[in-house]
Design a protein around this ligand. Structure first.
Ligand SMILES: N=c1c2ncn([C@@H]3O[C@H](COP(=O)(O)OP(=O)(O)OP(=O)(O)O)[C@@H](O)[C@H]3O)c2ncn1[C@@H]1O[C@H](COP(=O)(O)O)[C@@H](O)[C@H]1O
Length: 107
């Protein structure tokens, strides 16, 4: 079982964001800005969706890793700590996704 966590990835992204863009994909994306980083996130999401609908397990794992990495870069550029996302997820525990959806729908 892997001991690697999203917090580890967040730390790596934060460190590599300060590297020279010629030597780091992370730094290159950060230097390019949120439009480029968010576009990459969208592309990786589509690739993960395609792997999922094709039932391609190996590729879904690979594209999910790309997706999570690019999400961490987008959060870094937006100056949102992973902690904020985890707090939101924690806030939702104890409430079913269906009742949460219903609470957002109007009369
Ligand atoms: N997890 C990742 C990770 N996942 C994907 N990628 C990179 O994301 C890029 C996007 O892949 P694509 O094939 O979609 O893009 P591309 O066609 O090469 O690029 P474009 O033509 O779209 O610009 C590739 O260069 C991948 O290597 C990652 N780059 C870095 N990391 C992590 O970040 C760390 C630091 O990496 P650097 O910032 O490069 O030092 C690494 O050790 C990893 O832990």
């Amino acid at each position: 079982m892997s001991t690697f966590t999203l917090s580890d990835l967040e730390r790596i992204v934060a460190t590599r964001a300060k590297a020279a863009p010629e030597e780091s994909w992370t730094a290159k994306l950060v230097a390019a800005g949120q439009d480029k980083a968010a576009k990459k996130l969208g592309e990786e999401a589509i690739e993960a969706v395609m792997a999922a609908v094709k039932n391609d397990r190996a590729n879904l794992i690979y594209e999910s890793a790309d997706l999570l990495y690019h999400l961490m870069v987008v959060l870094k550029i937006a100056d949102i700590p992973l902690e904020a996302v985890m707090e939101e997820l924690q806030r939702r525990t104890g409430q079913s996704g269906l009742s949460e959806k219903a609470s957002r729908q109007g009369p």
